[in-house]
Ligand binder design. Structure first.
Ligand code: ZN
Length: 176
């Protein structure tokens, strides 16, 4: 059975929280993860953090199968970026920021430590788009949006859109 999840939008307080580390796998975790993968694929996303579905747990999911065969349906628990190298700029979108696209500077290559859904430890290097998605999702776990990483001038241009999304988020929070 799947869990009924919805996307939390910019303006929801949990998206500004620094999420606490997972020390042991909580009850119902597999079900939550599978429901997140389902929602993410419906929404045509490539990465989704726990707080984007209103859960205060330090993990995100990603599906990189379009880019790498062995990187379908990955779970990153307590991710920590150990090294960053190089700089690239590319366009990003975010399921919590509908209709917004911004160019964001990110490190090109990262080394990241994380645990998988069995809490097994991994230290891996990622480059290019995968690296970008991991940085974007790790930011979410620290309460940071892609729009925090653009110039104040560019953000000002998005001000009205951001306010509209925050309004929608407030309405949805009241309903739930
Ligand atoms: Zn996002």
């Amino acid at each position: 059975m799947q869990e009924d999840l919805k996307i939390f939008y910019y303006g929801s307080p949990i998206l500004r929280e620094k999420l606490p580390k997972i020390e042991e796998i909580p009850e119902g975790f597999d079900r939550l993860v599978e429901s997140m993968f389902e929602l993410m694929s419906e929404e045509e996303g490539i990465g989704l953090s726990a707080n984007q579905v209103g859960k205060g747990l330090r993990f995100f999911i990603a599906d990189f199968s379009l880019y790498k065969d062995d990187m379908a349906k990955k779970v990153f628990i307590n991710p920590k970026i150990l090294e960053r190298e190089g700089k690239t700029r590319d366009e990003e979108g975010c399921l919590s920021l509908p209709e917004i696209k911004v160019n964001v500077d990110r490190a090109d290559r990262i080394k990241v430590h994380y645990r998988d859904r069995d809490l097994k430890e991994h230290t891996k290097e990622f480059t290019g788009y995968l690296s970008r998605v991991i940085q974007h999702e790790t930011d979410h776990l620290n309460g940071t949006f892609m729009t925090d990483r653009i110039s104040p001038l560019k953000r000002k241009l998005l001000d009205n859109k951001l306010k509209q999304i925050a309004k929608m988020a407030k309405k949805e929070l009241k309903q739930s």
